[in-house]
Ligand binder design. Structure first.
Ligand SMILES: Cc1cc2nc3c(=O)[nH]c(=O)nc-3n(C[C@H](O)[C@H](O)[C@H](O)COP(=O)(O)OP(=O)(O)OC[C@H]3O[C@@H](n4cnc5c(N)ncnc54)[C@H](O)[C@@H]3O)c2cc1C
Length: 147
């Protein structure tokens, strides 16, 4: 199981956001949304604690894990099987129009990664697959958390 557990994203009075925090999508390489969203989370925590005698910026790391962690973990999961099993992926997307559309929507940012895993599970034909990397990829799909 892939769990995204970023290291502490705070130290003393400093918070790290965006690329510096390693939050770019590992599959698409896109990081503008993550930079802006993590900056918003940082602002949320700072605004809440601005008058505290002893601020606790650890809340920021927790917030990033909670709000961004599941989708990033799924992006890591897709990255892990997509490239080593590119032959399988190509065949799947070629044969299953619905999966191809779903993958495009995920890449466009219109659907979360979990939607792709769910779409794969709804294709019984995927359970019949050859060995090697392909089989590992299928196991990854089947074991992925449901959206
Ligand atoms: C070629 C390329 C194409 C990309 N295309 C896309 C895309 O289409 N969509 C997408 O979502 N993402 C894309 N990305 C990724 C995206 O650019 C980054 O994920 C995003 O810019 C991260 O924002 P950031 O604010 O975290 O970091 P940055 O945008 O890198 O900003 C960090 C800033 O800090 C400054 N800096 C660094 N060190 C210091 C210092 N010591 N003192 C002061 N300033 C400092 C830097 O000069 C920089 O201006 C692309 C990246 C590359 C390289």
């Amino acid at each position: 199981m892939v769990i995204y557990e970023p290291a502490d994203l705070h130290a003393g009075p400093t918070l790290v956001v965006g690329d510096a925090a390693g939050l770019a999508d590992p599959f698409t390489g896109e990081g503008i949304y993550a930079a802006l969203y993590s900056a918003c989370l940082a602002a949320e925590v700072i605004a809440e604690q601005v008058n505290w005698q002893v601020p606790d910026l650890g809340g920021y790391t927790s917030l990033v894990r909670e709000r961004m962690g599941p989708e990033l973990a799924n992006a890591f999961r897709v990255t892990r099987w997509f490239f080593p099993a590119s032959g399988l992926v190509h065949r799947l997307l070629h044969r299953h129009q619905g999966l191809a559309t779903c993958m495009l929507q995920v890449i466009a940012g219109d659907l979360p990664y979990t939607s792709f895993f769910d779409a794969c599970r709804n294709q019984p034909a995927l359970l019949f697959c050859p060995g090697g990397h392909d089989r590992t990829a299928i196991f990854e799909i089947v074991r992925a958390p449901r959206g």
